[in-house]
Write a protein that binds this ligand. Structure first.
Ligand code: ACM
Length: 658
């Protein structure tokens, strides 16, 4: 039995045993110890999830503790408002007769129930959980996901299923990026123009938000709101232009080069923010309040004589000092309303008190620098899901590595964890799950599991397992894939399109070409192959492994060669099969060159294998020509990359030379 089983995140301690506890329709749960409403709802929810996962109807009445299959017991109730650093540990002991789950705090029980669900597998004797003892606790207290709902509005039902996914991988903070240039997404009763004029009609009412916060709390997830200021604020000034540094008018919505910045020199700005933050501090119970503070566009400050005069008159040196002045005044307001202020790493300034929590997105250095200066911090650099990196690349980033590795123990304690970020320029309710999942589970493991858990091979193996299980929660990263391909094709038979889709990936970093809606349209359709294609091509991965194995074997591994050939033959013939669809659907026309290159590369790969196998040289001109196709295929077209190209390049380069 592998010591990690199929668990993700890997628990802190596992002692495998022998035998198993069979889970049949007589499965029951008993709850003892301290009462907590989250358990009253969490246990039936666990039974529902187990029932869905196994397809077996289960009795959701609680059983007597002497008879239950799973006995759970909590030592004490948790805090009324979930707090950073509450004990999340649990112990799960499974014997052939029964299982017991104990924890000091309900949060640990919620995590332990998720571990139990991941352990359930079909066996010859029925569904079963292996005999095991797990003592588990998180490495970091702050394990977050940021979701931007401003660039594209994401309905609450979609966010809720993502909370379910987060709970399944033991993440505990949703950082809700609620305002940006494009849209202001919260109803304000005190300043109603914010949602009326700042949201294009897409916002959450306060009643909806309260319901959502209760849903998150039930799953052991804190919700930290972010209202980005003074930059990224066009939607605010569309509603209240007097907040802006330069006269308007302004409009919310998606448009090019239209970020704005608040005027930090006016007292009215702070009166406004006091009124606003007071209202939001009451709506959001979490202790932390994120004020953004990133990417302040200085141009409006530079162009305003009044603001430049303010800087001079106060003896400030520059715009950075002005932002620090703004942050200090903001800090007083946030503190007055009982909250701890958070900001992106641009807020770091010698004038800022050490109570501010700093979120590093620009590099690991800023996190270490903050910790050295006495600030507590979170790492987000390295965890940007919108960059379309492979899971392994995120997984390799550790909050305590890089510049943080040389921190003293006391400084290191200031690093509370990290957050993945799902920025929403290119996501919709239809595609968000496939951009978050399953990669987020690998980041979740980075934040939960011991630092030594870092083997990418083991991670990918378990990620594949966790991925399909997440589908039981209603996440659509797998279930939307085929329907989206069918839409592109306008056809039932998508075999050829699928072969292309599985050999490509969306372009990386911020190289996707930005498209803005043209009025009267409010948003651009994200219904192309780039939107359906997975961020990480499993096929390209497997093909790369085969090529590596074949080369490592000194070109002797005939099994690897056979498998490579079978892929190459499929790709070689695919363009002809796909052509009718490429010609038929306007959505696919842009993908024609990619399909053609995939076939050309496949032919080159087959020729390379023949040349290597027969030790026959190919003309130098052939090599030059094929490498040019490789190079083209690795440049974004239709915002896609042909991900098998680098492996085929290796085969071309491995051919014997004259
Ligand atoms: C950020 O990505 N501007 C926080």
């Amino acid at each position: 039995m592998p010591s990690t089983l199929n668990l993700m995140p890997v628990p802190a301690n596992i002692q495998p045993g022998t035998g198993q506890l069979v889970i049949d329709q007589l499965f029951t749960v008993a709850v003892g110890g301290a009462k907590d409403a989250r358990l009253d709802r969490g246990v039936p929810r666990f039974l529902d999830e187990l029932s869905r996962q196994t397809g077996m109807p289960l009795n959701n009445q609680l059983a007597d503790s002497a008879k239950a299959t799973l006995l759970i017991r909590c030592e004490s109730g948790g805090r009324k408002v979930q707090e950073l650093g509450e004990d999340e540990s649990y112990t799960l002991e499974v014997s052939p007769a029964r299982a017991t789950l104990t924890a000091p705090n309900p949060l640990g029980l919620l995590h332990g129930l998720q571990t139990f669900l991941q352990l359930v597998e079909p066996t010859p004797a029925g569904f079963a959980v292996p005999v095991v003892t797990i003592k588990d606790e998180p490495r970091f207290a702050w394990r977050g996901l940021l979701i931007d709902v401003s660039r594209h509005f994401i309905p609450l039902a979609v966010l809720k299923r993502n909370l379910d996914g987060m709970a399944a991988v033991k993440m505990n903070v949703l950082h809700w990026h609620l305002s940006d240039d494009e849209g202001f997404r919260v109803e304000s009763k005190r300043l109603p123009k914010l949602h009326e004029l700042g949201s294009e009609g897409q916002y959450y009412t306060q009643a909806e938000i309260r319901d959502f916060l209760a849903y998150a709390r039930d799953r052991g997830i804190r919700v930290v709101p972010e209202f980005d200021m003074p930059g990224h604020s066009r939607s605010w000034v569309a509603a209240y232009p007097e907040l802006a540094s330069l006269p308007g008018p302004y409009k919310a919505g998606r448009m090019a080069n239209a970020d704005t910045v608040m005027d930090p020199t006016r007292d009215g700005t702070y009166k406004f923010l006091d009124k606003f933050i007071g209202e939001m501090a009451a709506l959001f119970p979490d202790a932390y309040f994120h004020i953004g503070g990133d990417e302040v566009n200085n141009k409006p400050w530079d162009s305003s004589p009044k603001i430049q005069e303010f800087i001079r008159a106060r003896g400030m040196k520059n715009n950075r000092d002005l932002q620090a002045y703004f942050n200090q005044r903001l800090l007083k307001i946030v503190g007055k309303h009982g909250k701890i202020m958070m900001g992106w790493d641009e807020v770091l300034h010698p004038d800022l008190p050490k109570t501010v929590l700093v979120q590093s997105w620009r590099g690991q250095e800023s996190l270490a620098a903050a910790a050295r200066q006495g600030y507590r911090g979170l790492l987000s650099f390295g965890y940007y899901l919108d960059l379309m990196w492979p899971a392994s690349r995120h997984y390799a980033v550790d909050p305590m590595a890089g510049a943080a590795a040389s921190l003293s123990p006391e400084e290191a304690k200031r690093i509370l964890g990290g957050e993945a970020c799902m920025w929403a320029e290119y996501i919709t309710p239809e595609t968000i799950d496939s951009r978050v999942w399953p990669r987020l589970a690998a980041i979740g493991e980075r934040f939960w599991s011991p630092q030594a858990v870092k083997d990418p091979g083991s991670m990918y193996q378990r990620l594949d397992e966790v991925s399909w299980r997440l589908g039981w929660l209603g996440l659509t990263h797998e279930s939307n894939y085929v329907p989206m391909l069918r839409r592109l094709a306008g056809a039932e038979d998508i075999r050829a399109l699928r072969i292309l889709a599985e050999a490509v990936e969306p372009t990386k970093d911020y190289t996707r070409s930005e498209v803005f809606p043209q009025p009267p349209v409010k948003s651009v359709s994200l219904n192309r192959l780039v939107d359906a294609a997975r961020p990480e091509s499993a096929v390209a991965h497997r093909f790369a492994e085969l090529v590596e194995k074949y080369i490592q074997s000194g070109y002797q591994d005939s099994a690897a060669e056979g498998q490579m050939r079978s892929w190459l033959v499929r790709w070689q013939g695919n363009h002809a099969n796909l052509n009718p669809l490429l010609e038929r659907s306007f959505l696919l026309a842009e993908d024609e060159p990619l399909s053609e290159d995939l076939a050309t590369l496949a032919t080159a790969g087959l020729q390379a294998l023949d040349s290597i196998g027969r030790k026959q040289t190919l003309p130098e001109a052939w090599r030059t020509e094929q490498l040019a196709v490789v190079e083209r295929a690795m440049k974004p077209r239709a915002n896609l990359l042909v991900m098998v190209a680098p492996s085929i390049q290796k085969l071309i380069e491995a051919t014997p030379r004259p």
